[in-house]
Design a protein around this ligand. Sequence first.
Ligand code: MF3
Ligand code: CO
Ligand code: CO
Length: 336
Amino acid sequence: MLKPNERCWCGSGLKYKRCHQTADAERLPTAPAPAAPEEKPTRPAMTPQGRPLVAVGRVSPGLSVPPEIARPDYALFGKPKRRFFSRGDSNPLTPDLLLRMRRACKAAAEVLDIAGKAVRPGITTEALDALAHREIIARGAYPSPLNYNGFPKSICTSVNEVVCHGIPDTRSLEEGDIVNIDITVFLDGMHGDCSATFPVGKISSAAQALIDVTRDCLDRGIAAVVPGRPISDIGRAIEALATQHRYGVVRAYCGHGIGESFHTGIYVPHFFDRSAKTIMRPGMTFTIEPMITIGSYECVQWPDGWTEVTTDRDLTAQFEHTIVVTDTGAEILTVV
Ligand code: MF3
Ligand code: CO
Ligand code: CO
């Protein structure tokens, strides 16, 4: 039992009589000791490889598109009308539609080129989005991802372990990162879609090798486009090259028909899938966009409902072109 003039037992430094004496005497329950302030994580949860488990940055509101720019059907409410197998989708494009398609694809390629040149340590993916948005609008086009099924921004930026559909945010790119920039524009009533993976400053030789092989995978896939052949030839060629390098080929996301709709019914797997029996016909337009992984090709989605990451959080790269099937092979439309 403490004397009134002794220091209180609670560690307050006060005399017992000025502190807990009355409370103890009245057997009042003492106030519970304040809980130790919770350790605030200064860094987000990380994987053993030091990669984030969730987004590091914040997503700001999407940018606005001037009213005079023609919008796709989903721009207002987010839901694209399903018009698979409509004219200009799975069916060969008419010469007029193909001409418009060329313009859309060229604009997408130009913007990808400009955005890629802006990649450097310290720039945020949000700044890349703003730059691309401005360039897209300057060409009289609408940034196709904006509000596509509710997507919040104008482009996709997929960093390191992000397979695809990364949302531009306030995270700064760091030396050694790799970033895929995916640009799709809606111009003259048609969508043109392309992407490339860029190094941020100096990157590891493993990351560079992944980028180089992924670009080669896209080229192999394009070279496998032959009219009269099944679309599964594309994935067979891509998978063969990726396997030689012991890389994985993402299966959950594939190339797609494109034209008046962003995504049409044509399914273009990047691995060999015998069920992809669609016969390639001159005038058909679709994308080839292999996502190649160092480790597992399996994906999981962040709680944001968009960002797809490798389950092992190891690196992944992607390149994409929109092509048209010609009488003899493929012509790349997403060129500057
Ligand atoms: N451009 C992507 C593709 O290659 C699709 C992005 S959909 C979005 O198919 F909603 F995420 F923008
Ligand atoms: Co794309
Ligand atoms: Co695409």
